[in-house]
Design a protein around this ligand. Structure first.
Ligand code: IPM
Ligand code: MG
Length: 355
């Protein structure tokens, strides 16, 4: 089969980790007889430098014409003082919106080989965890009305959280379907004791739950969820939550796996086209130094093969290769590799050798 992939390498470590992941993808292509045609597009800080805007129309069009998008990371100190419309992050939010990617899947599991890196107590680590965070990605406070105005105490700023029943229903269905394929347990996270959007969220999730009698569905308040994630992460199978709660909780979930450098993500809409990216950022402090861990991006390619192209065996092959390399004891600096750490290149070579 033949697939067209838009590469949005972005800023900081983005280019290095995307290059690594593409090498792995091409090797899988040769092994299984697929052709992946990759075309690079600019987004983020590099696009601002080259064209004056974070998300050029050419990039949006290129992504819309492709079968899927692989993204590295955007942002860096160079653009931190830019006005809101000219910030690199705008590219990411704009792409998610333009491609209609309302579902963000962020799996987090404890690798046996890395249990020593988990910051949790040994008795919690022993139980392990394997969860799938389903984050709503094109609604809520990220996309609501915002601005500055004159308030009771003088000048103030405001952001608005809004969710329609339609938006909650469609993300809830994705989460229930995902739970059905896993351990049939869904926890919906909200702040229904305070927020009206959360009350609508809860009501709607409960209504959809009736369509999935085989899945156990419970509610959890977001503050409690933040606590439960470090107290007893094994209790989570699939989690569904809003854009902002999902942003915050997925960083927490990644940290208990040992390193944020391991976590891939998939952003999906109604069709098969998705955007795949590591959940970590552009790490400008180590950019271009052959230090970045390419695993999260390599695992993002595995998710692309599975979710967009239905190439299950190929996806398993990449995940198994990563497992083998970690089990063999190879580490990058973020995984506590110390003086014996592998660089981006060397880690990529190790994984390529297992494909
Ligand atoms: C993420 C990131 C983005 C988000 C930023 C860079 C806009 O933190 O993908 O989690 O908040 O969604
Ligand atoms: Mg985030």
């Amino acid at each position: 089969m033949e697939f067209r992939i838009a590469l949005v390498k972005g800023d900081g470590i983005g280019p290095e980790i995307v290059d690594s992941a593409v090498e792995v993808l091409q090797k899988v292509g040769r092994k299984y007889g697929h052709t992946f045609i990759c075309t690079p597009y600019l987004a983020g800080g590099c696009a601002i430098d080259a064209t004056g805007e974070p998300l050029p129309q050419e990039t949006v069009d290129g992504c819309l014409m492709s079968d899927s998008v692989l993204l590295g990371a955007v942002g860096g100190p160079k653009w931190d003082k830019n006005p809101p419309a000219a910030r690199p992050e705008k590219a990411l939010l704009g792409l998610r919106k333009a491609l209609g990617l309302y579902t963000n899947l962020r799996p987090a599991r404890l690798y046996q080989a890395l249990s020593g890196d988990c910051p949790l107590r040994p008795d919690i680590v022993e139980k392990g965890f394997d969860l799938m965070m389903v984050r709503e990605l094109t609604g809520g406070i990220y996309f609501g009305d915002r601005g500055r105005r004159e308030g009771k105490y003088g000048p103030e700023a405001y952001d608005t959280e809004a969710y329609s029943i339609m938006e909650i229903e469609r993300i809830a269905r994705v989460a229930f379907e995902s739970a059905r394929k896993r351990r049939k347990n869904l926890i919906s996270i909200d702040k229904a004791n305070v927020l009206e959007t959360s009350r609508l969220w809860r009501e709607t999730v409960h209504r959809i739950a009736a369509e999935y009698p085989d899945v156990t569905c419970t509610d959890m308040l977001v503050d409690n969820a933040a606590m439960q994630l470090v107290r007893n992460p094994a209790q989570f199978d699939v989690v569904v939550t809003t854009n902002m709660f999902g942003d915050i909780l997925s960083d927490e979930a990644s940290q208990i796996t040992g390193s944020i450098g391991l976590l891939p993500s998939a952003s999906l809409g109604d069709g098969t086209r998705g955007l795949y990216e590591p959940i970590h950022g552009s790490a400008p402090d180590i950019a271009g130094q052959n230090k970045a861990n390419p695993i999260a991006t390599i695992l993002s390619v595995a998710m692309m093969l599975r979710y967009s192209f239905s190439l299950m065996e190929e996806a398993d092959c990449i995940e198994a290769a990563v497992d083998q390399v970690l089990n063999a004891g190879w580490r990058t600096a973020d995984l506590g590799g110390g003086a014996a750490s592998l660089g981006t290149r060397e880690m990529t070579e190790k994984i390529l050798a297992e494909i």
